[in-house]
Design a protein around this ligand. Sequence first.
Ligand code: FMN
Length: 148
Amino acid sequence: MSTINILYGTESGNAELVADDVAETLNTAGVKAEVVAMDLYDVSELSEAGTVVVITSTYGEGELPETTAPFQEALLAERPDLSGLRFAAFGLGDSTYETYNNGIAVVSSDLIGLGARQIGETGRHDAASGESLTDVAVVWAAKVLDAL
Ligand SMILES: Cc1cc2nc3c(=O)[nH]c(=O)nc-3n(C[C@H](O)[C@H](O)[C@H](O)COP(=O)(O)O)c2cc1C
C-alpha cells in the first residue's frame, strides 16, 4: 500500500494533534502515513491517492475551520473524479453546540458526492466530554487499521 496522507483542517491546532496521533498509530503498525495540512494539499492528487484520512474540527456555528475551508473550496471548484478514493473520517467538535461536528459531516459528504467511499465509522472527539484527544484518536485509529 502506498503512503496514506492524513489531511487535517484546524482553527486552533487540535486537529493537527489528532493527525499526529493517528499517523503514529498507523506507522507503528507498519502502515506508512504522512500528516499534511489540508490547505497545503493539492486536491487534484486525491484521484490517485488510494486511501486518505480526513480530520477536521468545526467552528463558528457549524462552519469549517480556517484551513479546511480552502480545501473544500478547491474540491468543489475542481470536482475531481474520486471513484477510486477510500477515506476514513474523524471530526473534532463540542456537543454543547447544536451544530456538533458538522465540519466532518460536510467534508465527508462532499467527498462521497465526488465518488469516494468511506471506510469504517466516522470518529468524533467531543471537547465537552473531557476525554483526551489522544485516547479517542488512538482507539479510532486502531479501528481504521482493521478497515484498511
Ligand atoms: C468559537 C468556537 C466555535 C465553535 N463552534 C463549534 C460548532 O459549531 N460545532 C462543534 O461541534 N464544535 C464547535 N467548536 C468546538 C471546536 O470544534 C473544538 O474545540 C475543537 O477541538 C477545535 O479543534 P481545532 O483546534 O482543530 O480547530 C467551537 C469552538 C470555538 C472556540
